[in-house]
Design a protein around this ligand. Structure first.
Ligand SMILES: [Fe+2]
Length: 307
């Protein structure tokens, strides 16, 4: 008896990740999950066009890949809100006080151990110009770094220090109970430095890289934190070497320059979706002016489950 096999969808490797064109499919539920997972394992990020996902469609899509989703608790972006009535795990990434600004490459929430393994992005409305999401394979960055910089990161960890001098923490941690913040920090291996007057710092020390099945990956929140401190002049976040000494800006610029050459812009179309392995592939966004840009996301502590 003849067996039918689904015609593979067109897959185009990008500078980072791979683009799958599902236009011919019609029904998002018909998307070959096993094929998507294989591409994700190979490339670290998969962008799928042609499914035309609205918010409900995005929710259904994501739930086929992972069993649970995070609320954005303890995240650095305290303006990140719900994008969908009745859900705290479908988030907008376009509002708040960074509206329109470029965001350098980063791993999501690498300033804490309580961070997602998988990110899902979905475009509801692209900006009328610019505003692409960027992705870059940390393995490619690591392999492209000069030997002396790689050696530095192999011998020295980095320190993320977040300063909570006002009540911003209540938004960040979604509570007004400081003991809950302390408990979360304890549970996630983040140092809680209590000033005794309702203000505190959090400190997390980590390598700038992670080992993945694809090799060692340069993935962290270093560049985005440094740009927040030194370019945006926002003084609530500091990234340093583990011993507190400054990281030479020349190193940061070199990493930025190398990664820029390896970065893929995702030119959003309405209903397009992207899955990003947050243990390997960094993301960011290009600047834009159109306040109507509407990109939503979901975060999961889980890696996609096997088919
Ligand atoms: Fe992010």
């Amino acid at each position: 008896m003849a067996t039918e096999t689904a015609t593979p969808l067109p897959a185009a490797p990008l500078k980072a990740g791979v683009l799958i064109d599902a236009t011919a499919l019609g029904d998002p539920a018909q998307l070959d999950r096993g094929a998507i997972l294989a591409e994700l394992a190979r490339h670290g990020a998969v962008v799928v066009k042609g499914l035309g996902l609205d918010k409900a469609g995005f929710v259904a899509f994501t739930e086929r890949y992972v069993p649970s989703f995070m609320e954005y608790v303890g995240g650095a972006n305290n303006d990140r809100g719900s994008a969908m009535t009745g859900s705290n795990t479908v988030l907008t990434v376009t509002g708040g006080n960074t509206l329109g600004q470029a965001i350098p490459l980063h791993g999501e929430m690498f300033y804490t151990t309580y961070r997602p393994a998988t990110l899902f992005f979905c475009c509801q409305r692209p900006a009328d110009a610019d505003g692409e999401t960027t992705i870059c394979d940390g393995v490619a960055i690591w392999n492209a770094l000069p030997d002396d910089i790689r050696t530095l990161f192999e011998t020295k960890k980095i320190r993320y220090r977040r300063v909570y001098n006002d009540d911003a923490w209540q938004k960040v941690y979604k509570t007004d109970d400081l003991s809950e913040v302390r408990k979360l920090c304890e549970e996630t291996g983040v140092e809680f430095v209590d000033h005794g007057d309702g203000t505190f710092d959090t400190v997390h020390i980590d390598t700038a890289w992670s080992d993945t099945s694809a090799g060692r990956s340069f993935i962290n929140s270093m560049i985005v934190w440094a740009s927040r401190e030194f370019i945006a002049k926002i003084d609530d976040s500091q990234v340093r070497w583990e011993d507190g000494s400054p990281i030479d800006p020349a190193i940061l610029y070199k990493i930025h320059q190398i990664s820029e050459d390896l970065t893929q812009n995702i030119a959003w179309e309405p209903g397009m979706v992207a899955i990003v392995d947050n243990r390997r592939v960094m993301h960011g966004r290009r600047a834009y002016e159109d306040a109507g840009r509407d990109i939503i996301m979901r975060l999961s502590l889980d890696a996609p489950r096997a088919a």
